[in-house]
Design a protein around this ligand. Structure first.
Ligand code: R1P
Length: 332
Protein backbone atom coordinates (compact mmCIF):
# COMPACT_ATOMS: atom_id res chain seq x y z
CA UNK A 1 0.00 0.00 0.00
CA UNK A 2 1.94 3.01 -1.19
CA UNK A 3 0.30 6.39 -0.80
CA UNK A 4 1.41 9.99 -1.16
CA UNK A 5 0.23 12.38 1.56
CA UNK A 6 -0.09 16.08 0.88
CA UNK A 7 0.82 17.50 4.30
CA UNK A 8 2.54 16.50 7.53
CA UNK A 9 0.13 18.60 9.58
CA UNK A 10 -3.07 16.82 8.52
CA UNK A 11 -2.01 14.09 6.09
CA UNK A 12 -4.45 13.46 3.24
CA UNK A 13 -4.19 11.25 0.19
CA UNK A 14 -4.69 12.83 -3.26
CA UNK A 15 -8.27 11.57 -3.30
CA UNK A 16 -8.96 13.23 0.09
CA UNK A 17 -8.75 10.12 2.29
CA UNK A 18 -7.49 10.78 5.82
CA UNK A 19 -4.40 9.01 7.15
CA UNK A 20 -5.88 6.59 9.71
CA UNK A 21 -9.67 6.38 9.40
CA UNK A 22 -9.19 6.61 5.61
CA UNK A 23 -12.54 8.04 4.56
CA UNK A 24 -13.11 10.94 2.19
CA UNK A 25 -15.95 13.46 1.68
CA UNK A 26 -19.21 11.76 0.70
CA UNK A 27 -18.48 8.52 2.55
CA UNK A 28 -19.54 9.47 6.09
CA UNK A 29 -22.95 10.78 7.15
CA UNK A 30 -23.57 13.69 9.53
CA UNK A 31 -25.20 11.24 11.96
CA UNK A 32 -22.79 8.66 13.32
CA UNK A 33 -22.84 5.85 15.89
CA UNK A 34 -19.37 5.00 17.13
CA UNK A 35 -18.54 1.65 18.72
CA UNK A 36 -15.42 -0.20 19.76
CA UNK A 37 -16.23 -3.66 18.50
CA UNK A 38 -16.49 -4.51 14.76
CA UNK A 39 -19.19 -7.13 15.41
CA UNK A 40 -21.29 -4.44 17.13
CA UNK A 41 -20.83 -2.26 14.02
CA UNK A 42 -22.08 -5.06 11.74
CA UNK A 43 -25.07 -5.68 13.98
CA UNK A 44 -25.98 -1.97 13.77
CA UNK A 45 -25.57 -1.96 9.98
CA UNK A 46 -28.13 -4.78 9.76
CA UNK A 47 -30.70 -2.15 10.80
CA UNK A 48 -29.84 0.07 7.82
CA UNK A 49 -32.38 0.22 4.95
CA UNK A 50 -32.18 -2.81 2.59
CA UNK A 51 -29.00 -4.19 4.19
CA UNK A 52 -28.86 -7.98 4.49
CA UNK A 53 -26.57 -10.26 6.51
CA UNK A 54 -24.93 -11.31 3.21
CA UNK A 55 -23.97 -7.69 2.48
CA UNK A 56 -21.99 -7.69 5.71
CA UNK A 57 -20.42 -11.12 5.38
CA UNK A 58 -16.85 -9.91 4.84
CA UNK A 59 -14.06 -12.46 5.28
CA UNK A 60 -11.18 -10.17 4.30
CA UNK A 61 -9.31 -8.87 7.37
CA UNK A 62 -8.78 -5.65 5.37
CA UNK A 63 -8.04 -3.07 4.24
CA UNK A 64 -11.07 -3.29 1.95
CA UNK A 65 -13.67 -1.09 0.29
CA UNK A 66 -17.19 -2.22 -0.62
CA UNK A 67 -19.57 0.03 -2.57
CA UNK A 68 -23.17 -0.91 -3.24
CA UNK A 69 -26.10 1.37 -4.07
CA UNK A 70 -27.42 1.13 -0.49
CA UNK A 71 -24.21 0.56 1.43
CA UNK A 72 -20.61 1.81 1.74
CA UNK A 73 -17.98 -0.01 3.82
CA UNK A 74 -14.32 0.82 4.35
CA UNK A 75 -11.89 -1.00 6.61
CA UNK A 76 -8.75 1.10 6.98
CA UNK A 77 -5.30 -0.38 7.41
CA UNK A 78 -5.46 0.81 11.03
CA UNK A 79 -8.72 -1.11 11.50
CA UNK A 80 -11.17 1.76 11.59
CA UNK A 81 -14.32 0.34 10.01
CA UNK A 82 -16.79 2.83 8.51
CA UNK A 83 -20.20 1.61 7.30
CA UNK A 84 -22.59 4.13 5.73
CA UNK A 85 -26.15 3.62 4.59
CA UNK A 86 -29.56 5.03 5.40
CA UNK A 87 -31.93 4.39 8.30
CA UNK A 88 -35.58 5.22 7.59
CA UNK A 89 -34.29 7.14 4.58
CA UNK A 90 -31.81 9.29 6.55
CA UNK A 91 -28.06 8.91 5.88
CA UNK A 92 -26.27 7.38 8.88
CA UNK A 93 -22.84 5.88 9.52
CA UNK A 94 -21.38 3.52 12.06
CA UNK A 95 -17.66 3.76 12.76
CA UNK A 96 -15.84 1.08 14.77
CA UNK A 97 -12.72 2.51 16.39
CA UNK A 98 -11.40 -0.35 18.57
CA UNK A 99 -10.44 1.08 21.99
CA UNK A 100 -9.26 4.07 23.93
CA UNK A 101 -8.99 7.84 23.80
CA UNK A 102 -6.35 8.09 21.05
CA UNK A 103 -8.61 6.09 18.71
CA UNK A 104 -11.55 8.35 19.63
CA UNK A 105 -9.37 11.36 18.82
CA UNK A 106 -8.39 9.94 15.38
CA UNK A 107 -12.02 9.12 14.66
CA UNK A 108 -13.52 12.48 15.63
CA UNK A 109 -10.90 14.70 14.02
CA UNK A 110 -10.61 12.75 10.77
CA UNK A 111 -14.35 12.12 10.41
CA UNK A 112 -15.10 15.77 11.23
CA UNK A 113 -12.62 16.73 8.47
CA UNK A 114 -14.55 14.89 5.76
CA UNK A 115 -18.12 15.77 6.82
CA UNK A 116 -19.70 19.14 6.00
CA UNK A 117 -22.10 20.80 8.44
CA UNK A 118 -23.21 19.92 11.97
CA UNK A 119 -22.86 16.36 13.23
CA UNK A 120 -24.55 14.14 15.81
CA UNK A 121 -22.40 11.37 17.30
CA UNK A 122 -23.57 8.70 19.74
CA UNK A 123 -21.10 6.37 21.37
CA UNK A 124 -22.49 2.89 21.95
CA UNK A 125 -20.07 0.98 24.16
CA UNK A 126 -19.58 -1.33 27.09
CA UNK A 127 -18.44 -0.38 30.58
CA UNK A 128 -18.03 -1.39 34.21
CA UNK A 129 -20.04 0.06 37.08
CA UNK A 130 -18.75 1.20 40.46
CA UNK A 131 -22.30 1.32 41.88
CA UNK A 132 -24.31 -1.72 42.82
CA UNK A 133 -26.04 -1.97 39.44
CA UNK A 134 -26.52 -5.41 37.91
CA UNK A 135 -24.67 -6.40 34.74
CA UNK A 136 -26.84 -6.24 31.63
CA UNK A 137 -28.23 -2.84 32.69
CA UNK A 138 -27.90 0.23 30.44
CA UNK A 139 -26.24 3.53 31.33
CA UNK A 140 -26.81 6.89 29.65
CA UNK A 141 -24.00 9.36 30.32
CA UNK A 142 -25.04 12.74 31.70
CA UNK A 143 -21.39 13.78 31.44
CA UNK A 144 -17.90 12.35 31.52
CA UNK A 145 -14.61 12.99 33.30
CA UNK A 146 -11.11 11.65 32.75
CA UNK A 147 -9.10 9.37 35.04
CA UNK A 148 -5.43 9.36 34.03
CA UNK A 149 -2.37 7.76 35.50
CA UNK A 150 -0.23 10.52 36.99
CA UNK A 151 3.07 9.43 35.44
CA UNK A 152 5.14 11.84 37.52
CA UNK A 153 4.00 10.10 40.69
CA UNK A 154 5.71 6.93 39.50
CA UNK A 155 8.85 8.80 38.42
CA UNK A 156 9.71 11.02 41.38
CA UNK A 157 7.13 10.30 44.12
CA UNK A 158 6.88 14.04 44.87
CA UNK A 159 3.43 14.06 43.43
CA UNK A 160 0.51 13.76 45.80
CA UNK A 161 -1.70 11.41 43.89
CA UNK A 162 -1.04 8.49 41.53
CA UNK A 163 -4.18 9.30 39.47
CA UNK A 164 -5.60 12.55 38.12
CA UNK A 165 -9.37 12.94 38.03
CA UNK A 166 -10.64 15.76 35.83
CA UNK A 167 -13.81 17.81 36.18
CA UNK A 168 -16.82 16.55 34.24
CA UNK A 169 -17.79 17.69 30.76
CA UNK A 170 -21.39 17.27 29.60
CA UNK A 171 -22.66 15.97 26.29
CA UNK A 172 -25.58 17.38 24.30
CA UNK A 173 -28.59 17.50 26.65
CA UNK A 174 -31.19 17.19 23.89
CA UNK A 175 -29.54 14.14 22.31
CA UNK A 176 -29.02 12.60 25.76
CA UNK A 177 -32.71 12.98 26.64
CA UNK A 178 -33.85 11.62 23.27
CA UNK A 179 -31.63 8.61 23.79
CA UNK A 180 -32.89 8.03 27.32
CA UNK A 181 -36.53 8.35 26.25
CA UNK A 182 -36.08 6.00 23.27
CA UNK A 183 -34.20 3.41 25.33
CA UNK A 184 -36.95 3.51 27.98
CA UNK A 185 -39.60 3.04 25.29
CA UNK A 186 -37.77 0.18 23.57
CA UNK A 187 -36.99 -1.67 26.81
CA UNK A 188 -40.32 -1.08 28.59
CA UNK A 189 -41.37 -4.73 28.43
CA UNK A 190 -37.92 -6.05 29.30
CA UNK A 191 -36.37 -6.51 32.68
CA UNK A 192 -33.54 -4.08 31.85
CA UNK A 193 -32.62 -1.14 34.07
CA UNK A 194 -31.71 2.15 32.40
CA UNK A 195 -29.73 4.51 34.58
CA UNK A 196 -28.51 8.05 33.96
CA UNK A 197 -25.28 9.24 35.55
CA UNK A 198 -21.70 10.35 35.16
CA UNK A 199 -19.10 8.28 33.35
CA UNK A 200 -15.36 8.19 34.03
CA UNK A 201 -13.11 7.49 31.03
CA UNK A 202 -9.83 5.92 32.03
CA UNK A 203 -6.52 5.76 30.17
CA UNK A 204 -6.15 2.07 31.07
CA UNK A 205 -8.55 -0.82 31.36
CA UNK A 206 -6.44 -1.93 34.33
CA UNK A 207 -4.57 0.57 36.51
CA UNK A 208 -6.75 3.66 36.15
CA UNK A 209 -9.90 1.58 36.58
CA UNK A 210 -8.56 0.26 39.90
CA UNK A 211 -7.97 -3.30 38.73
CA UNK A 212 -5.21 -5.16 40.53
CA UNK A 213 -2.30 -6.60 38.61
CA UNK A 214 0.58 -7.98 40.66
CA UNK A 215 3.02 -7.63 37.80
CA UNK A 216 3.02 -3.84 38.10
CA UNK A 217 3.10 -1.14 40.76
CA UNK A 218 -0.16 0.75 40.24
CA UNK A 219 -0.93 2.29 43.65
CA UNK A 220 -4.67 2.24 42.93
CA UNK A 221 -6.21 0.92 46.19
CA UNK A 222 -7.69 4.36 46.95
CA UNK A 223 -8.86 5.11 43.43
CA UNK A 224 -12.56 4.18 43.73
CA UNK A 225 -12.81 6.24 46.93
CA UNK A 226 -11.15 9.21 45.23
CA UNK A 227 -13.48 8.94 42.22
CA UNK A 228 -16.56 8.68 44.44
CA UNK A 229 -15.42 11.64 46.52
CA UNK A 230 -14.89 13.90 43.51
CA UNK A 231 -17.85 12.59 41.48
CA UNK A 232 -20.50 11.05 43.80
CA UNK A 233 -22.79 10.59 40.80
CA UNK A 234 -20.28 8.46 38.87
CA UNK A 235 -21.90 5.19 37.82
CA UNK A 236 -19.68 3.84 35.03
CA UNK A 237 -16.06 3.54 33.91
CA UNK A 238 -14.89 2.94 30.35
CA UNK A 239 -12.28 4.41 28.02
CA UNK A 240 -13.71 6.74 25.34
CA UNK A 241 -16.74 8.88 26.25
CA UNK A 242 -14.75 11.75 27.79
CA UNK A 243 -12.77 12.06 24.53
CA UNK A 244 -16.01 12.42 22.57
CA UNK A 245 -17.66 14.92 24.94
CA UNK A 246 -14.50 16.98 25.32
CA UNK A 247 -13.82 17.32 21.59
CA UNK A 248 -17.50 17.98 20.87
CA UNK A 249 -17.25 20.89 23.34
CA UNK A 250 -14.05 22.07 21.70
CA UNK A 251 -15.40 21.98 18.14
CA UNK A 252 -14.90 25.60 17.17
CA UNK A 253 -18.45 26.53 16.24
CA UNK A 254 -19.77 25.15 19.53
CA UNK A 255 -17.43 27.59 21.28
CA UNK A 256 -18.33 30.31 18.81
CA UNK A 257 -22.06 29.59 19.21
CA UNK A 258 -21.85 30.09 22.99
CA UNK A 259 -20.32 33.53 22.46
CA UNK A 260 -23.05 34.38 19.96
CA UNK A 261 -25.80 33.31 22.38
CA UNK A 262 -24.52 35.77 24.94
CA UNK A 263 -24.64 38.70 22.49
CA UNK A 264 -27.72 40.94 22.17
CA UNK A 265 -29.94 40.06 19.18
CA UNK A 266 -28.80 43.09 17.17
CA UNK A 267 -25.16 41.96 17.32
CA UNK A 268 -25.65 38.27 16.50
CA UNK A 269 -23.68 37.00 13.51
CA UNK A 270 -24.94 34.16 11.29
CA UNK A 271 -22.53 31.24 11.52
CA UNK A 272 -21.04 30.42 8.14
CA UNK A 273 -18.96 27.36 8.99
CA UNK A 274 -21.14 25.26 11.26
CA UNK A 275 -19.04 22.41 12.56
CA UNK A 276 -21.00 21.82 15.75
CA UNK A 277 -20.92 18.26 17.15
CA UNK A 278 -23.84 17.05 19.28
CA UNK A 279 -22.61 14.12 21.36
CA UNK A 280 -24.21 11.51 23.60
CA UNK A 281 -23.22 8.11 24.96
CA UNK A 282 -24.86 4.94 26.16
CA UNK A 283 -23.16 1.83 27.48
CA UNK A 284 -24.03 -1.74 28.36
CA UNK A 285 -22.85 -2.64 31.84
CA UNK A 286 -20.58 -5.66 31.37
CA UNK A 287 -18.73 -5.61 34.72
CA UNK A 288 -19.97 -4.98 38.24
CA UNK A 289 -16.90 -3.84 40.20
CA UNK A 290 -18.74 -3.93 43.54
CA UNK A 291 -19.62 -7.64 43.56
CA UNK A 292 -16.98 -8.61 40.95
CA UNK A 293 -19.35 -10.17 38.39
CA UNK A 294 -19.15 -10.09 34.59
CA UNK A 295 -21.92 -10.40 31.99
CA UNK A 296 -22.15 -13.74 30.17
CA UNK A 297 -21.16 -13.04 26.58
CA UNK A 298 -24.16 -14.75 24.94
CA UNK A 299 -26.38 -12.03 26.45
CA UNK A 300 -24.53 -9.25 24.63
CA UNK A 301 -26.03 -9.48 21.09
CA UNK A 302 -29.51 -9.71 22.66
CA UNK A 303 -28.93 -6.57 24.72
CA UNK A 304 -27.42 -4.81 21.70
CA UNK A 305 -30.45 -5.73 19.61
CA UNK A 306 -32.69 -3.98 22.16
CA UNK A 307 -30.54 -0.84 22.14
CA UNK A 308 -29.70 -0.33 18.45
CA UNK A 309 -33.15 0.84 17.33
CA UNK A 310 -33.29 3.47 20.12
CA UNK A 311 -29.81 4.71 19.23
CA UNK A 312 -30.58 5.01 15.50
CA UNK A 313 -34.00 6.57 16.20
CA UNK A 314 -32.35 9.21 18.41
CA UNK A 315 -29.73 9.95 15.76
CA UNK A 316 -32.29 10.61 13.04
CA UNK A 317 -34.66 12.52 15.36
CA UNK A 318 -32.12 15.10 16.54
CA UNK A 319 -32.43 18.41 14.74
CA UNK A 320 -29.15 19.38 13.11
CA UNK A 321 -30.33 22.74 11.83
CA UNK A 322 -30.42 23.46 8.13
CA UNK A 323 -30.71 19.94 6.71
CA UNK A 324 -30.39 21.30 3.16
CA UNK A 325 -26.70 21.91 3.76
CA UNK A 326 -25.98 18.35 4.78
CA UNK A 327 -24.22 16.32 2.18
CA UNK A 328 -25.92 13.25 0.77
CA UNK A 329 -24.25 9.89 1.10
CA UNK A 330 -22.85 8.63 -2.18
CA UNK A 331 -25.19 6.08 -3.69
CA UNK A 332 -28.11 6.64 -1.30
C1 R1P B 1 -12.40 -2.53 27.12
O1 R1P B 1 -12.76 -3.85 27.24
C2 R1P B 1 -13.17 -1.79 26.04
O2 R1P B 1 -14.58 -1.93 26.25
C3 R1P B 1 -15.19 -0.68 26.50
C4 R1P B 1 -14.02 0.18 26.95
O3 R1P B 1 -14.29 1.54 26.88
C5 R1P B 1 -12.87 -0.31 26.10
O4 R1P B 1 -12.86 0.24 24.82
O5 R1P B 1 -15.89 -0.10 25.44
P1 R1P B 1 -16.24 -0.77 23.99
O6 R1P B 1 -17.05 -2.00 24.27
O7 R1P B 1 -16.98 0.25 23.22
O8 R1P B 1 -14.92 -1.09 23.32
Amino acid sequence: YSHIYSSANFPLEDNGRTYHVSTKPGEVANRVVTVGDHYRAFQIAEFFDNVTKEDLDVQDPGPYEIKKPHLFMYMSKRKFLTITGTYQGVPVSVVAICMGLPMMDFFIRETRHVVKGPMAIIRFGSCGTIKDIETGSIAVATGAFMVSRNYNYFINKNEESPYLISDACSGDKELQELLYKNLKKECKNENIKIIKGLNGSADSFYSSQARHDNNFIDCNDQLFDDIRKKHPNCITLEMETFGLFHLAKCSSSTYHKKEEEEKPASKKVKLSNNNEIKAAATTMIFANRVNNTFISTEKVPILQDKMIKSILDSLIQINLGDEKNLQPVEGS
